[in-house]
Write a protein that binds this ligand. Structure first.
Ligand code: FES
Length: 180
């Protein structure tokens, strides 16, 4: 008899489940719902603020400019528009390139921005310097490949170029690859 009672006492009792009070239930439910709604409001705002920064920039984008057949060994002045995205701000820049076919047969395009102080050079615009780019500001002049001959300390920059379906496409401006 006493043994039976002893064995009953020795049986481990299941742990008592902690009951959730009504107040706790309401607190958790309301807290969760509020957090869900707040995320719905805040996340789009965060996305709007950060999106332009994370978006892939247009670096490496090319602009269709002139037909390949029109490019000869005589530098051709080409005007084109470049759409630029800076964060939330979109702008159009008017650019100029001097496009020419070099002695090796390849097409290249020089930037007209003088490497002295940034004026715009012209081609064959000084009768004393035939077949050269000349800067009217302080007299810098350059060869057809953009090599500096006076005043400026660096050659004219060039655009990255690609030919596709009979057209010349110009990309970003890079240091001159033809001359030092
Ligand atoms: S800016 Fe061209 S020579 Fe000075």
């Amino acid at each position: 008899m006493s043994n039976h009672n002893d064995s009953e006492h020795n049986v481990p009792k299941p742990p008592k489940r902690k009951e959730m009070s009504r107040r706790q239930f309401l607190t958790y439910t309301l807290g969760g719902a509020t957090a869900y709604m707040a995320a719905g409001v805040v996340l789009p705002m965060v996305r709007f603020g950060v999106d332009p920064i994370l978006q892939k920039k247009d670096e490496g984008a090319f602009v269709k400019t002139v037909e390949v057949s029109k490019v000869t060994s005589e530098p051709l002045e080409v005007h084109f528009e470049l759409k630029q995205q800076d964060g939330w701000y979109t702008s159009n820049s008017s650019l100029i390139a001097w496009v020419r076919r070099g002695e090796d047969g390849s097409i290249y395009a020089l930037s007209p921005i003088c490497k002295h102080l940034g004026c715009t050079v012209g081609y064959n615009n000084n009768p004393e310097l035939p077949n050269q780019y000349f800067c009217p500001c302080h007299g810098a002049h350059y060869t057809q490949e953009g090599k500096q001959l006076a005043v400026a300390s660096k050659p004219l920059d060039e655009y990255t170029v690609k030919e596709e379906e009979g057209w010349v496409y110009l990309g970003e401006i890079i240091p001159n690859q033809r001359v030092q």
